[in-house]
Write a protein that binds this ligand. Structure first.
Ligand code: MOS
Length: 743
């Protein structure tokens, strides 16, 4: 299906296991994160959140805090600088985490909502003073429940997720010979990035620099320009090192706005670092979902209809849809389909994308329902997927750019040893343990955006690459270095990568698993532009290869050669002839006409083994074997790292994670890393990750679609299906904990 891989030169660095080029800086402490900056005159800010979840702020008592040692100011609605709400569009880069500005009014919409910020000479002083702030409220009963109805009374339809119908799903459901109907729920989950959200903001002669922990320096600059009413050219956002994002740092949140506005008002640099508990309320989360699935099939397992109705919460001040049915519409060939989403606005902070938004909870429901269908049909669950393979995009009708799901099924099954599986639940034993083997398939969009980059080829044979993108731990630094090294024919060590700075040429958001697919062609084009400019210098009147045709010059090992006249000139000589120390190349690259002719998606397959010891009520995920179709792998090590992390996040989602609100107060009761249970090393299964490598040259040069979120999609279903296979019990509500297994 996909174009054949052209033979690569043996020295190619593409696809290899290349160590992180920024790794040394990180482990030696040279890599500076947003909170590691201490500009002269720095003041420390700490935000104060509302203890109530609904009502009105009647009075704020700040006098004691203002008198406390070291306090510079207590800022709040009464004295905070006037700001302009962001237009809040993803397409023009102004998307923010929550469109309501901090301190915009006296209404309390959720617990933790900013009501004041203390700015002091030290962090300890800010914290001590923050405890002295008192407030009077009128408290209303908070709305915190999605309810139990599939179509809750107060639910709203979002323009971001219109209802979708294919064929006649109602009739197909009535007439289907085999039916599965089930409801699945997923709880609130929180990103829990290791590096807390932080912003250090400094103004200098009307120009703002923010050291921000963000997945999108370009977006932060554009949104802050609107909010602060300052030209974007006067704003620089820097994020050279980001300690994890997972979606929680895609868009500008209140703390960055507060730091920037407070720094301008006070005439001093201001640093605001969230407390861990605040990261549970004011910087997004994955919303709770309830999803009803109807699956209708023929007795041979062929799907005739799918219905996927999802309800999830948003906040009272902004709209975020967890698009659970996004994958459902394309996962299987299926003539009749209905996909709906409804939002219920609750007294909680605004939700935001979290690792595989939509697809991860959505595929939990869909892939569990498929397993339930397989059980009903007495059909092997992998065979059921094979029988419903979609050979083109069933929603758009477009051909796939490159799809190899069936190969993923084969590879995962073979490496796992799936053939040994006995279908009867509880029938596979190993001593006191019962083995459960479960399966799920996965998909994620193959997105690509436009991006620009600059490459500077220097006299000493090294090069610098500049692009305003980020590396939140994903491997982008190394991927960028590899592409530049490949095109320039230089060793990776000779490439200096400058990213995480909005003043560089505009690069992509680190989100949606599209940074790699987006930057790779742009870096390659910029590197080639630098070489083209070098050729032009070489053949110019004063150049060492004057008179040659620029296009005919061969570049190799730092030397341009004119084969026809048997002359060559090294890089340094060419630059010297022009009186230069470096030659630059700039390029912008984006999706072309192909983007409209094909459907771009990545696919995957997970086989999971759990071990259930009923005697001591112990459940462990012991083995995960996954195969992915993500196009060309640029860096095998980074790609595997991404998937390993995703699988572990999927394990946490299935067995452990849930952020709970006290139903009386609306406060988060799991607002720390002890009560919000997450996987630790001891929970981590043996993981075997395979990539079926078919470069998708339709998405762009090198054919990389990007890895990351796909790795988590499907994992919760595969684990839940394995638990069914071990115990004979179907758990449809996450997380599945020991108390449920015992119940
Ligand atoms: Mo990802 S949720 O797009 O950072």
């Amino acid at each position: 299906m996909s174009p054949a891989l052209s033979p690569r030169p043996p020295a190619s660095v593409i696809g290899r296991r290349v160590n992180r080029v920024e790794g040394r800086a990180k482990v030696t402490g040279q890599g500076r994160y947003a909170a590691d900056h201490h500009p002269a005159g720095l003041a420390y800010a700490l935000g104060v959140g509302s203890p109530i979840a609904a009502g009105k702020l009647l009075a704020l008592h700040t006098a004691a805090a203002e008198r406390a040692p070291g306090v510079i100011a207590v800022l709040h609605r009464g004295n905070f600088p006037k700001l302009t709400p962001s237009p809040n569009n993803f397409s023009d880069g102004t998307k923010v985490g929550e469109v309501r500005l901090p301190f915009a009014d006296d209404t309390i919409f959720y617990a933790g909502q900013w009501i004041a910020v203390v700015v002091a000479e030290s962090f300890a002083q800010a914290r001590a003073a923050a405890r002295l702030i008192r407030a009077d409220y009128r408290e209303d009963p908070p709305e915190l429940s999605l309810g139990t109805a599939q179509w809750p009374e107060r639910s709203q339809l979002s323009a971001d997720a219109p209802d979708l119908t294919r064929g006649d799903p109602d009739r197909a459901w009535r007439e289907a010979p085999v039916k599965v109907e089930a409801t699945y729920t997923t709880p609130v989950e929180v990103h829990n990035v290791l590096e807390l959200h932080a912003a250090t903001a400094a103004w200098d002669q009307g120009k703002l620099t923010v050291e921000d922990s963000t997945q999108w320096v370009v977006g932060a600059r554009k949104a802050l320009a609107k909010i602060l009413d300052t030209p974007a050219r006067d704003i620089t956002i820097r994020a050279p090192f980001v300690g994890g994002g997972f979606g929680g740092k895609l868009f500008v949140w209140g703390h960055t706005i507060i730091a920037a506005a407070a720094a301008r008002k006070l005439g001093r640099p201001v640093k605001l670092v969230l407390e861990r508990k605040q990261a549970f309320t004011v910087v997004g989360h994955r919303p709770a979902t309830r999803q009803r699935l109807q699956v209708g099939a023929r007795t041979d397992g062929t799907l005739v209809m799918l219905r996927h109705d999802s309800v999830m919460h948003t906040s009272k001040v902004d709209e975020f849809v967890e698009v659970c049915g996004e994958a459902t519409k394309v996962m299987y060939r299926c003539p009749h389909l209905a996909v709906t989403h409804r939002l219920v606005a609750l007294n909680v902070g605004t939700p935001t994308p979290m690792r595989g938004p939509g697809a991860v909870p959505g595929l939990f429901a869909l892939e569990c329902a498929m397993d339930e269908l397989a059980v009903k049909l007495r059909l092997d669950p992998i065979e059921l997927r094979r029988r419903n393979e979609a050979r083109k995009d069933p929603q758009s009708g477009l051909p796939w750019s490159s799809k190899h799901l069936e190969e993923c099924l084969d590879v995962a099954a073979r490496r796992f040893g799936w053939k040994q599986r006995q279908a009867q639940p509880g029938s596979m034993r190993d001593g006191s343990e019962i083995l459960g083997w479960g399966f799920a398939a996965a998909t994620w969009p193959g997105w690509r955006m436009a991006a620009s980059a600059r490459v500077e080829l220097r006299r000493d044979g090294s090069a610098k690459v500049l692009c305003a993108t980020q590396d939140p731990g994903t491997g982008t630094y190394t991927v960028v270095a590899q592409i530049a090294a490949e095109v320039l024919g230089l060793p990776v060590e000779k490439i200096e990568v400058a990213i995480g700075d909005s003043s560089h040429p505009e690069g992509p958001i680190s989100g949606g698993s599209m940074a790699t697919s987006t930057v790779v062609p742009a870096i390659a084009a910029a590197a080639r532009a630098a070489l083209d400019n070098l050729r032009r210098l070489a053949v110019s009147r004063r150049g060492p290869l004057a008179g040659a045709a620029a296009g005919a010059l061969i570049w190799r090992d730092g030397v341009l050669t004119d084969r026809r006249r048997r002359r060559s000139a090294p890089l340094a000589q060419i630059l010297a002839s022009a009186g230069l120390t470096q030659v630059k190349g700039e390029a912008t690259a984006g999706p072309g006409a192909e983007a409209k002719k094909y459907s771009f998606r990545s696919f995957g397959a997970h086989c999971v083994e759990v071990r259930w010891d009923p005697g001591i009520a112990r459940l462990r995920v012991s083995r995960v074997v996954s195969a992915f179709d993500v196009g060309r792998i640029i860096n095998r090590q980074a790609a595997e790292n991404q998937v390993h992390g995703s699988i572990v996040m999927g394990l946490g989602m299935t067995l452990q994670e849930a952020s709970l609100y006290d139903p009386r107060t609306g406060r988060v009761v799991t607002d720390n890393l002890a009560d919000y249970v997450m996987p630790v090393n001891a929970d981590t299964p043996a993981m075997d990750v395979a990539f079926v490598e078919h470069p998708d040259l339709r998405i762009g040069e090198f054919g990389a679609r990007g890895v990351g979120e796909l790795g988590m999609a499907g994992v919760p279903a595969a684990i839940a299906n394995a638990i069914y296979h071990a115990t004979g019990r179907r758990f449809r509500d996450l997380p599945i904990r020991i108390e449920h297994l015992l119940g």
